[in-house]
Ligand binder design. Structure first.
Ligand code: 5RP
Length: 234
């Protein structure tokens, strides 16, 4: 069976050039990209990685990729990360793996961002995937009430397997919002981050320059933002 995540990840690594500072994403798709970049380093390519999570940092170090923190670099040349859902304007939901805050910071300081997904994640309108919202633990039940009031839908505290709250690398909690179709993601994001206690949302708007889609038939499509604006002008 074709591993759609792996073929997308390996295609994304073709855009990496010697000497680049590369943002390393989090999740099961980004895993393959970090492994491939590790192979490239072992073959002599000069790269520096900036991780979006502790898990990715550990994997990258095991793969022999020289690492720096976000504060140690001026800019990141290219970030390769996964996504949970992507619409045809290349806006997406991220944070299924709980790394949304670091992922958004790293992407924000990247000259280019590539998302790698399997074809099931391409959707007409985002929102079927529950939207992760990172919140501070202090008063989080009150924050959850505000989230529910704002969206009119339940906010579910993300739990670990043992029933305890999932805690992010930044020591925050995550609420997953089952909103359904999100027609105005920019407006929703702005309203959510206004709520006291909310640190970040999993709405990533206008952030991906390129989405690389692995398909079940073994092909890989590259959709770039440039092509979108060209097509819209026509
Ligand atoms: C982690 C993320 C991931 O990139 C996203 O959840 C996709 O994960 P996967 O590649 O495992 O499907 O945003 O916070």
């Amino acid at each position: 069976m074709i591993n759609m995540k792996k073929i997308a990840a390996e295609k994304a690594c073709e855009y990496v050039e010697n000497g680049m500072i590369v943002g390393l994403g989090t999740g099961s798709t980004a895993y393959y990209a970090t492994c491939r970049l590790g192979e490239l380093v072992q073959q002599g390519m000069g790269l520096t990685g900036v991780a979006t999570s502790k898990d990715t940092e550990k994997l990258a170090m095991e793969m022999g990729i020289p690492m720096k923190s976000l504060d140690e670099v001026k800019q990141i040349d290219l970030t390769i990360d996964g996504a949970d859902e992507v619409d045809d304007g290349l806006n997406g939901i991220k944070g299924g793996g709980g790394a949304l805050l670091r992922e958004k910071l790293v992407a924000s300081f990247s000259r280019q961002t590539s998302w790698i997904i399997d074809e099931s994640k391409l959707v007409a309108e985002i929102g079927q995937f529950p939207l992760p919202v990172e919140v501070v633990p202090f008063g989080h039940l009150q924050t959850a009430t505000m989230l529910e009031k704002l969206t009119g839908e339940p906010a579910d505290l993300r739990l670990r397997g043992d029933g305890e709250p999932f805690v992010t690398d930044n020591q925050h909690f995550i609420y997953d919002l089952s909103i359904g179709r999100i027609q105005e993601p920019k407006r929703l994001h702005a309203a959510l981050v206004e709520l006291p206690g909310v640190v970040e949302t999993g709405l990533f708007i206008d952030m991906a320059d390129r989405v690389i889609v692995g398909r079940a038939d073994g092909t890989v499509d590259v959709i770039s933002r440039q092509d979108l604006s060209y097509n819209r002008r026509k």
